[in-house]
Design a protein. Sequence first.
Length: 469
Amino acid sequence: MLSNKRSEILLAKIREQLPMTGREKLNLIVELSIPSMLAQITTVMMFFIDASMVGHLGAAASASIGLIETTTWLMGSVMGATSIGFSVQVAHFIGANDFVKARQVFRHALVCGLVFSLFMAMVGVSIHNPLPHWLGGGNDITHDSSVYFLIFSLTLPVVLLYHLMSAMQKSSGDMRIPSILSIMMCVLDVAFNYLYIYILDLGVMGAALGTTCAYVVTVIPMSYIALRKNKILALHLDHEPFRWVWDYVRNALKISLPIAIQQMLMSGAQVVSTLIVAPLGNIAIAANSFAITAESLCYMPGYGIGDAASTLVGQTHGAGRQDLCKSFAHLTIGLGMLVMAFMGLVMYVFAPEMIGFLSPVAEIRELGTQVLRIEAFAEPFFAASIVSYSVCVGAGDTLKPAVMNLVSMWCVRLSLAWWLAQDYGLRGVWFAMAIELTFRGIIFLVRIWSGSWMKSMQVKDLASEEVRS
C-alpha cells in the first residue's frame, strides 16, 4: 500500500495525459494520504507528549504554555504559508512536465523563505517579554511563558526549512520521506524533552529546548534529501546559472498572502479565544490547551488527506486535466469526512483517557473530557473544511476560501464563544467551536460542489494561454 514506485507510476500517468481508472485514483489517494496522515498524527503526538510531560509539572506550568500556544501556532503557520506559495507552483510545473522551472521556483523559495523567517524571528524576540501580559496571563505563569516563546522564536528559521523541505517533497509526489522524518522528529522530541525537563530539571524551558533540538536534527537530513536526492527537485540537476525571476515571487505572494493573512487572523482569533478563556482561571486555561492538543489527534488525518489533495489537484491542474482534478477533489473530501467521522467517535469514547494521559489533576481531566465530547460531533464537517480548503490551495485558489474561513471564525465562533462563555464557561466556548466548524464545513462543501473553485482555475488557464500566444 505504501509503495513509492507505484505512486510514481500513477503520478506519471497524470503528466503523460494517460487515462486513470477509479481504482487507480483511489489507490493513488490512499498511497499519498497514509504516509502524510501518519506524519500529521506523529507531529501531534509530539505536542501531545510535550503537554503530558509539562502537565505532570502542575497546572501553572501547563497554563504557561497554553497561554502562548495559539501565538506559537500563528508564527508556525505563517512559516507554512510562506512555503505553500512556492510549493503550489512547483506542483503545477511538475504536472506540466517542466522540471527545470520547478527547480527554479525551489531556489527562489529558499532565498525568500530564509529572509522572511529571520525577520519573524526578530519580531518574536522583540515581543517575548510583554506577550504573556498582553494575553492576560497571571504573574505566576508569565515568566515561563516568555522564556518558552523566546526559544520558539529563535527556532523559526529552522521551522521554515522544515515546512519548506516537506512541502517541496510532497509537491513532487514523495510523501514517504517527510513522513518518516516527522516520525523521527517525534521520537527525538520525546528523548530531548526527557533530558531537558526531567534529567536537567529545566521545566517549561526544557520543553522548548527539546522541541528546538528535535527540529534542528530533523531538518538536516530533510534538507539534504530535498536538495540533493529528490529525482525531480535536486538542485544539482540544473546546468545553467541561477536567474532571479520576479514572477515566481509575485505568484508566490498571490497564493501565500491570502493564506498568511488568513492564518494570522485565524490565529489572532485563537488569541482572542484565549483572552475569553483566560479569565476563567488556570484550570480552564490548562483544560482548554489539553483538549486542543487531544483533539488534534483526531483531525490530523484530515490534514494528511488534505496534503494528498493539494498534490493531486496541483499536478492535475498543471497538466490541464480538469475532469481528473474535479474527481480527485470529490474523492479526497469524501474520504476525509469518513475518516474523521470515525475519529470523532473514538474521541467521544476515549476522551477521559486522552485528557487523563495529559494531566493528573482531577478538575482539568473532568472539564477537558466534557469539552472534547462536545467537539466530537463536528469532526466530519471539520474534515470537509480541511480537505476542501486543501483542494482550493492546490488549484491556486486561496483568496475566497481565506475569506470564508475568516468570516466563519470571527463572525460565528468568536461572537458565540463570548456570549456562551458568560453562562457556560469553557463548555460554552467549545459549543461555539462545534457550531462554527459545522457551518464552515457546509459552506466549503457548497463551494466545491458548485464548481466555483474550478472557475478560478479556468481563468488562470486562459490567462496562461494569452501569455503564451
